[in-house]
Design a protein around this ligand. Structure first.
Ligand code: ZN
Length: 257
């Protein structure tokens, strides 16, 4: 689906954002015609007071209203959200799903998934960094998705996409797959700097650094380079995304004589 860029502006934004999260919202604007284009145009024309978002999606179209490297005013006031402070207006991309009068919920929902997956792919954001506005601020948002208990379906859809994509976007969640001798399902431990043990040795062998089983500076540097080369977030944490990228790399570079 095409992300229309006709109404991009810097209104109501902060400079120099480094986006590592996506926050999903509903506009809660039930007026007739309050669709994606109308919201993007209103933001572009300076008609929003103290609020903004990067992208507006409705049941037929999607409009980007702000560059992704600028921070939008979309997270707002905290009512006790578990991620408040972690996710903020300077490190996240806000996607608003429009709920104008007579909107087709399922189409709007699917379009929001499609656009979210596109942005995850182009900005290198993993499925576990896609959150509800509710998670950040405890505001009842995205209200329509929440009212239908549909957040899990949303998460499954964005994870499924990652699993189906190639090694250029290995932001896979859920089970880890390998197809060398049939398919196996594995769950590796999440490891990072300071960890020791077998999983670290294994990772070090893969990274071709000294396999002493202790994740120090060299391993950290090598792993972050690997994350960069495989379009992952360079957070230095080898969890399900990292292990899956490793397995995919092995699959593509292992040959039977
Ligand atoms: Zn919201």
């Amino acid at each position: 689906m095409n992300l229309n860029k006709e109404y991009i502006s810097s209104n109501n934004s902060y400079p120099n954002q480094k986006a590592s999260y996506i926050v999903i919202h509903n506009t809660d604007n039930y007026s007739a015609g309050a669709d994606a284009k109308a919201h993007a145009r209103a933001q572009h024309d300076g008609n929003f007071n103290g609020m903004s978002a990067h992208v507006y999606v409705d049941d037929k179209s999607a409009y980007q209203a702000m560059p992704f490297d600028r921070g939008a005013w979309h997270v707002g006031v905290n009512y006790g959200g578990r991620l408040f402070g972690t996710v903020n207006n300077r490190n996240s991309i806000g996607i608003e799903m429009c709920v104008q009068a007579g909107f087709d919920y399922e189409k709007a929902f699917q379009n929001t998934i499609t656009i979210c997956r596109q942005i995850m792919s182009t900005q290198g954001i993993s499925p576990d960094h896609v959150v509800q506005h509710f998670d950040v601020c405890a505001k009842n948002c995205p209200s329509e998705i929440r009212a239908r208990n549909d957040w899990e379906r949303f998460k499954q859809a964005i994870e499924k996409n990652a699993e189906n994509s190639s090694a250029t976007n290995p932001t896979v969640s859920g089970k880890t797959k390998a197809n060398l001798t049939g398919e196996i399902s594995l769950r590796f431990p999440e490891i990072s700097r300071g960890c020791t043990g077998t999983a670290v040795s294994m990772l070090q062998s893969f990274l071709e650094v000294d396999a002493d089983g202790i994740w120090g500076a060299d391993t950290d540097h090598a792993f972050k380079s690997f994350q960069k080369n495989t379009n992952q977030l360079q957070d230095g944490i080898c969890g399900k995304n990292g292990w899956t990228a490793i397995v995919n790399h092995m699959k593509e570079n292992t040959f039977r004589n």
